[in-house]
Each structure stands twice: as structure tokens, then as C-alpha cells.
Design a protein around this ligand. Sequence first.
Ligand SMILES: Nc1ncnc2c1ncn2[C@@H]1O[C@H](COP(=O)(O)OP(=O)(O)OP(=O)(O)O)[C@@H](O)[C@H]1O
Length: 288
Amino acid sequence: MIQIDDLQFGYRRSRLYDGFRLQIDRPGVYGLFGRNGSGKSTLLKLLAGLLFPERGRIVVNGREPRRRHPDFLAAMHLVPEEFHLPDVTPTQLAKVHAGFYPRFSRDAFAAYLHEFELAGDHRFGEMSLGQKKKAAIAFALATLTPLLLLDEPTNGLDILGRDQFRAIVRRPEQRERIVIISTHQAHDLETIMSHVLFVDAARLALSAPLAEVAAALTCGVAADAVALAALPDLVYSEALGEQHAYVAANRGGQPGRVHLELLYKALSRNQAGVLAALAAKRAEVAGV
Ligand SMILES: Nc1ncnc2c1ncn2[C@@H]1O[C@H](COP(=O)(O)OP(=O)(O)OP(=O)(O)O)[C@@H](O)[C@H]1O
């Protein structure tokens, strides 16, 4: 479980986080979104205890990451965007590093390598960038730590690799963990994500279950400008030739599919509109 209160952090002169709060108390796949430079990688490093808050408090599974307590390290795994693997094989990697993770599953690791079409005896030095990334992800997913942090995991994976990644994350043994995935590849998360987190301007602008977003907002395509103009409570739109893709408040309709790329644009261009639609839906559900 994660609790961040009043976090302040910056590099040298720039203040990246100020009064930042985040609470995660349920397992799930949390998609972490935000503009370039908004601080997603930094947040993952703070959660992993690789960077320390200037002010405020971060607690992960009852421990402060900055203290790097052995119990904390055994319950968390981070795959950074860029990483180095020694020139060994996946099997040798598991032999050496599995011991750090009490829940590590050799069976799951073998199954994930198989899913990614990787051989356990293939040296990392002879693998392509995408293959190394798959091996690192397979290892990370096999640790079964209660917290898993993945920074841009699907960057460098081919189209089938992205499918394979989603298939592994959907497996039952992954459901008990908190998996936070920072990404710009919104489509890669659409079918596996349970919660959306959006960081902006030093704060957490949005933290919501995807089901709540689906109930509050409708993503769709209007046939033309006239149909678009007829939509009540429009939050965001963009032209697609004659047609217009849009995000609008969902007034009493059934929850539909959330188009994450459109949601991201709506949050970037009209954050107040998105938040107002969510607040209205919460009030409606609460019967206020
Ligand atoms: N080691 C560092 N020293 C100084 N500034 C840094 C350092 N690392 C990151 N920054 C700055 O902090 C800000 C946030 O960086 P971060 O990598 O956390 O953003 P991000 O949201 O992950 O970005 P992207 O989407 O481009 O990957 C950026 O303005 C970046 O230039």
C-alpha cells in the first residue's frame, strides 16, 4: 500500500513536486500518465527509494523507501526505462537474483520467457534491445513483489511483444499486486489498466478507477461538426477529417470504453472539464 503526503521534491533549481499527495490501497494496474518532464520517472524513483523527498512523507508497505529496509526491498521491484543487464543468461540471472525476492516464482519466470519467445540459455549480450527488455520485464513480473514499478515497459517492444506483455499482466498471479506503469503508449494499457493516475504541475491531477472514468465520461466519434455541436457537456474534441473524436460528460448513459489517448488529451487541454465531469458523477452516485 502506498501513502504519499505533502511531497516536495526538485532537482537543483526546479521544483518538480509540491504538496503532492497519493494514496493507493488496492491491488491493480495503475497507469501513470503525464506530459514529458512532468515527473513520472522521478515519482517511480522516489517510490523505490532511489531519490529522497525534500519534505513530506512516502510510506510503502509500512516502510519509508528512503531507508531502504531489507523488508521494503524484498517487497518492491523497479524496472527503469534504461537499465543494464550483465552478460549472463536469464536462467543465471534468476539463480543469482531470485533470492532477493521471497515470492519469486521460477515457474512463472519460465512461462513468461516462453510467452515472450525467449530462451532461458540465451546470453543478454547476444540479445536485441527489445529481447533484453522482455527478459527484464519477465523477471520483474516473476518476482511477484506486492509492488512493481515499470517505467515505459513497452518502449522498444514490437506489436506482438506488446500483446505478450498484456497477456502476462492479465494472468491471475499478477492480480494481487500493485503494478504502476508509467507510459506514453496509452493503447498498451487500455485493456489491462484498473486505475488512472495523471501528474501535472507538481500535483496528482487525477487518481481514479477506470470504471469511474468510464461512468463519468463518454469517448466517441461525431459524424460531423453539426453532430458535435449537438453534444451536451463536451469536454474535448479533435477533428478526424469530417468527423470529430470527442470526450463528453456521460449523463446517465451506460459506461463505455475509455479511449485513453483521448482522455490524456482531454486532461492535458481541459483538466477542469474532466474533473468536473468526475465530480458530477460522484455526486450523482452519492445521491447528492
Ligand atoms: N538527474 C536529474 N537532474 C536534473 N534534472 C532532472 C534529472 N532527472 C530528471 N530531471 C528533470 O526533472 C523533470 C522530470 O523528469 P522525469 O524524467 O521524472 O519526467 P517524466 O515525466 O518521466 O518524463 P518523460 O515522459 O519525458 O519520460 C524534467 O524536467 C527533467 O529534465
